[in-house]
Design a protein around this ligand. Structure first.
Ligand code: SF4
Length: 350
C-alpha cells in the first residue's frame, strides 16, 4: 500500500496532467479550502465533497474544470467519512445546522450526492441540506433521487438564458442551458425541493440577461421557503479566470446596481440573515494558531501547483504547505502557520 493511501488519499487514474484522489479515513476533513467541512461561525456548515467540475466557466474564481491552468490534483471525498465530520462539527457547535454542499468544483458532478444528502439527514443534527450547481450535469432523474434523499434546496447559478451566450460563458460547447432551464422549472414546480437562482453579474456582458433571469426565477416559483434570487458579484481572484474586457465592480458599484435592478424589476434581491434562517453560532475549536510552529506530516499534493497537503499528527486538521520542495508523503516537517482564518490553515516550512 502506498504511503499516501495509508494516510487517506487513494489515487485514481489521472485527468489530463492532474492526479485524482479519493479522500477517505483517516485523512482529517477540516483545515483546507478545497474539500471537507468549513465552519465560519454561523449555523451553516459548508460541506465540500468534490473539486471536480465538467465546465470551464470563463469567469470561474477557482479555476475549475478541464480548462484549469493552476490545479495539480482533484479530490472526491468518501461520503460516510464526510457526513461523520459534519456531525462531529455540528455537535461541537451545539446547534442544528444547514449543510451547504458547495466547493471549488460542481457538487452535482459528485458521484455520491444523493447518498451524501441521505447520510447528512440521518445524523439528526442537520436541519436542512442545500447544494450548489451550475447545472452542467443536472437531470430530472438526479433531481428525483435527491428529492427522495431529502435535499431541501438547489442554488442554481445561471448567467444567461441565451443558449449561445450561455455556452460561451460556461466554456463548454456541450452546455445546454435549455435543458438546465427545463430541469430548474421542474424543481420549482413539481418537487418539494426549493430553487434559489444565483446568477453572477459580469458587467457589460450579461446585464440584460440578469434582468431576464430575475423575471424567470420569480415567474417559475423559485423561493418556496428561501429567497428566490441573489445576484452574485464577480470577483477576480489571483488563480481564477478573468473574462476579457470584464472589470471587477467595486462593492459600491455592485450595491448601486442591485438597488437599480430592484427598482427596474420591482423584485426584491436582498435578504436578511433571518430570511435565510442564518444566525451566528459557536465555532468549532481550532487547534492551530497563526504564528505557531507545528509538526506536520506530508500527505500528498495540494490542489494548486506548488502546494502540498499535510496533516497534524493527531489527525485533527489538514494544512496547506507552501514553499516546500522535495517532500514526500509520510515526511515529517516543522512549519509555521501563516493563515488561520475560519479554520483554514496555510503554513510555510520553518
Ligand atoms: S464557476 Fe462553478 S461551474 Fe463554472 S467552472 Fe467554476 S466551479 Fe465549475
Amino acid at each position: 500500500m502506498r504511503v499516501e493511501e495509508r494516510l487517506g488519499l487513494r489515487r485514481l487514474a489521472g485527468w489530463g496532467r492532474r492526479r485524482v484522489y479519493i479522500v477517505e479515513e483517516p485523512l482529517p476533513l477540516m483545515g483546507v479550502i478545497q474539500f471537507g467541512v468549513i465552519d465560519r461561525g454561523t449555523n451553516v456548515l459548508q460541506v465540500r465533497p468534490t473539486t471536480v467540475c465538467p465546465l470551464s466557466c470563463v469567469f470561474c474564481s477557482v479555476d475549475a474544470g478541464p480548462g484549469s491552468r493552476w490545479r495539480q490534483a482533484e479530490y472526491i471525498v468518501e461520503p460516510r467519512w464526510l457526513a461523520q465530520w459534519v456531525e462531529e462539527a455540528a455537535r461541537e457547535k451545539g446547534v442544528s445546522v444547514e449543510a451547504l454542499i458547495d466547493g471549488v468544483g460542481d457538487p452535482f458532478s459528485y458521484p455520491w450526492l444523493p447518498r451524501l444528502v441521505r447520510l447528512l439527514k440521518e445524523t439528526g443534527v442537520v436541519a436542512s441540506v442545500a447544494a450548489e450547481t451550475h447545472g452542467g450535469t443536472l437531470t430530472r432523474e438526479l433531481v428525483d433521487r435527491l428529492e427522495e434523499a431529502g435535499l431541501d434546496r438547489v442554488n442554481l447559478s445561471i448567467e444567461s438564458l441565451d443558449p449561445e451566450k450561455a455556452r460561451r460563458l460556461a466554456g463548454a460547447p456541450w452546455y445546454d442551458v435549455e435543458r438546465v432551464r427545463k430541469v430548474a422549472e421542474y424543481i420549482a414546480r413539481e418537487t418539494s425541493i426549493d430553487l434559489h437562482v444565483t446568477p453572477v453579474w459580469l458587467p457589460g456582458v450579461n446585464d440584460k440577461d440578469i434582468v431576464e433571469i430575475i423575471e424567470w426565477a420569480y415567474r417559475i416559483g423559485a423561493g418556496k421557503r428561501w429567497p428566490p434570487v441573489t445576484v452574485q458579484k464577480y470577483i477576480a481572484h489571483r488563480h481564477g479566470r478573468r473574462p476579457p474586457g470584464v472589470r471587477e465592480p467595486s462593492w459600491d458599484e455592485y450595491w448601486e446596481w442591485i438597488r437599480e435592478l430592484e427598482k427596474r424589476t420591482g423584485r426584491r434581491l436582498t435578504w436578511s440573515m433571518e430570511e435565510w434562517g442564518m444566525r451566528y453560532a459557536p465555532r468549532v475549536r481550532q487547534p492551530l494558531r497563526r504564528g505557531q510552529v507545528a509538526k506536520l506530516q506530508v500527505v500528498g499534493p495540494g490542489w494548486l501547483r506548488g502546494e502540498q497537503l499535510a496533516a497534524t499528527l493527531d489527525r485533527r486538521r489538514l494544512v496547506t504547505l507552501v514553499g516546500a520542495r522535495g517532500l514526500e508523503p509520510g515526511d515529517l516537517v516543522l512549519a509555521r502557520i501563516t493563515r488561520d482564518r475560519d479554520g483554514i490553515f496555510i503554513a510555510r516550512v520553518a
